[in-house]
Design a protein around this ligand. Sequence first.
Ligand code: CA2
Length: 137
Amino acid sequence: MNIIIINGPNLNLLGKREPEIYGSQTFESFYETLSQEFPQLTLDYFQSNAEGALVDKIQEVGFSVDGIVLNAAAYTHTSVAIADAIKAIDSPVIEVHISNPHAREPFRHHSYLSPVVKGCIAGFGLNSYRLALQSFV
Ligand code: CA2
């Protein structure tokens, strides 16, 4: 199975800022671990801070990959464009979050993406990504 992990804005700072919320591991080093843990999956990884670049990537891969693990970060709570892109593609999308947005500020309680994804996993730290990959396995 071909699975791509797509991360949105500021997740390139993982392990470098706000470790009390987002942990102290960089995503690059976590991604290496995931690649070893899931040898049966062909993994790819993309990160962008730009909404349009995320829409472009979802459209680019969304008719060929077997699954998308998407942490759209703050765009989760704002982006009709990303929701429309998810609706337009064939590949199933799992929405993941490191923190539990429902336990945080009210503006994080609404997701434009949750109604159009296959499932949501939130609040388990970086393990949220691991659980999403397991769901595809
Ligand atoms: O918990 C998550 O995974 C979030 O998607 C993270 C987003 C936040 O806006 C969502 O409400 C929940 C923020 C990502 C920011 O990532 C940082 C990582 C390290 C340091 C600073 C920001």
